[in-house]
Design a protein around this ligand. Structure first.
Ligand SMILES: [Fe+2]
Length: 241
């Protein structure tokens, strides 16, 4: 392979390239201190104060849509604080929906970036289709509980904020196959942990049918994770051989 993912070039960010400038930089930090006096403790204090007076990130609407009410006979909302499960289901739905789009961006890399292979694209397409299935699975679960799957719950909102960095990495045309795959790994690691926890939460909240239905998705997510890890491994080892 003539073209490589990691290039050697004139990177000037290291201090060892310019010892004189390093001295000047150290002198500058003494001459021009931070605008806000104090150390990290001041930031912690300010944050603690803000946390004490802040509102929550959104809320969960009470379950009870007509469609949902009809289905509650199947697996009605029981137990205390059903909003906790609905919030996490909303998060999963948002995450899986975003996952489909993230994989679409990853597929563009796997199609045209250095190191791309048709086999990788086929694997990624398969995972992408399953993320879409998972999204619909969660949508059905929310409807069964009488919730509105179009609601952006607080955890869904936070999940979207978290995914921003991954989205930026994947859609940046300069990022390599390796860099993009590592962003996908972040998603799959969370996906894995989240589905496992969601099954436990659904069971504890008194919804064994939903928990049972999620098992297959969790198994698929476990496979996503191992597949992505292996793709990264092969790609990276291929670069040093
Ligand atoms: Fe996944």
């Amino acid at each position: 392979m003539s073209e490589r993912q990691v290039k050697i070039g004139m990177n000037l960010t290291g201090t060892q390239m310019a010892p004189d400038a390093t001295q000047e930089q150290l002198e500058a930090t003494r001459l021009f201190p931070a605008d806000i006096p104090g150390d990290m403790r001041s930031y912690t204090d300010a944050r603690q104060q803000a946390i004490g007076t802040a509102d929550r990130v959104g809320s969960v609407p009470p379950p009870g849509s007509v469609k949902g009410m009809l289905k509650t006979a199947v697996d009605k909302v029981t137990g205390s604080n059903p909003e906790v499960l609905l919030d996490k289901l909303g998060e999963r739905l948002a995450f899986e929906r975003t996952g489909v789009r993230l994989y679409e961006a990853m597929i563009a890399k796997a199609t045209s970036a250095v190191g791309a292979t048709p086999a990788m694209v086929a694997t990624l397409r398969e995972i992408q289709a399953q993320e879409l299935e998972h999204m619909n699975l969660v949508r059905e679960a929310i409807e069964t509980l009488g919730g509105d799957p179009t609601t952006m719950t607080p955890c869904a909102d936070v999940a979207a904020v978290k995914a921003q960095g991954v989205l930026q990495v994947l859609t940046d045309p300069r990022t390599t196959l390796s860099q993009s795959m590592s962003a996908i790994l972040t998603i799959e690691l969370e996906d894995n942990a989240a589905w496992e926890l969601l099954i436990e939460l659904a069971k504890k909240a008194g919804h064994p049918l939903i928990a049972e239905g999620f098992k297959h998705a969790f198994e698929q997510e476990e496979l996503h994770l191992s597949t992505v890890r292996e793709l990264i491994r092969q790609d990276l080892l291929g670069q040093v051989s």
